[in-house]
Ligand binder design. Structure first.
Ligand SMILES: [Zn+2]
Length: 211
């Protein structure tokens, strides 16, 4: 878990913060500014395996899975409306420090500190690799600098984005949605086909014969 550093945050305070959570990156920075990162969904320390949503927020994968299952059973619907299936997130291929408390850029060997100016990170869809954002700016944006998988510039997701970046990420999601795609670029669930039987048993144009 890597939570031995004694980061004790009052759970009630966290819950209050989460109650107001609407993808406000500043709150997430606050929640993650201790020795560890936080999963806003489970209020637990963020620990591998983790997933990322279209706004560059990270969650523990098991927390998202639980949320999706709860939603399928109709027991939890009020929040996180953008998380309805595992297609709405991407598995993050993060490199962690030895203590497993901090994500490290595999190229620059720099630890990710949310909200730290000049040390912004980004992750890529669909591969989920993550590195310092400036690395991707310097390199060919069509290839993931970590695994070399081809990526589109559109699919570089700022982690803990600025407001400006958040607008772009919202636009990207709207674009994908219009193309019937999810954040992970997998197609959305096809609409349930409700086959209506038209005019069952009736033959149009048939008239009663008068005798
Ligand atoms: Zn990659």
């Amino acid at each position: 878990m890597g939570a031995d550093g004694g980061t004790i945050v009052k759970k009630n305070n966290q819950k209050e913060a989460i109650k107001e959570y609407k993808h406000s990156s500043s709150q997430l920075v606050e929640l993650s500014s201790n020795d560890t990162y936080m999963c806003p969904l489970s209020l637990e320390v963020l620990a591998s395996p983790i997933v990322g949503d279209y706004l560059g927020t990270f969650y523990n994968k098991d927390a998202v899975l639980q949320l999706v299952l709860d939603k399928m059973q109709g027991t939890r619907t009020e929040k996180y409306t953008h998380l309805t299936s595992l297609k709405d997130v991407v598995d993050i291929n993060a490199v962690w420090n030895e203590e497993k408390t901090r994500i490290v850029c595999p190229i620059m060997n720099k630890e990710f500190q949310p909200g730290s100016v000049g040390n912004e990170f980004a992750y890529f869809v669909p591969c989920g690799c993550m590195c310092q954002a400036k690395v991707i700016k310097e390199l060919d944006r069509k290839l993931c600098p970590v695994c070399n998988e081809s990526i589109q510039p559109r699919d570089v997701i700022a982690v803990f984005p600025s407001q400006e970046e958040e607008v772009k990420l919202e636009e990207r999601m709207a674009e994908l949605s219009a193309a019937n795609l999810t954040h992970s670029l997998k197609p959305k669930k096809s609409e349930r086909k409700t086959k209506k039987r038209k005019g069952e048993g009736r033959m149009p144009g048939m008239k009663k014969a008068k005798i």
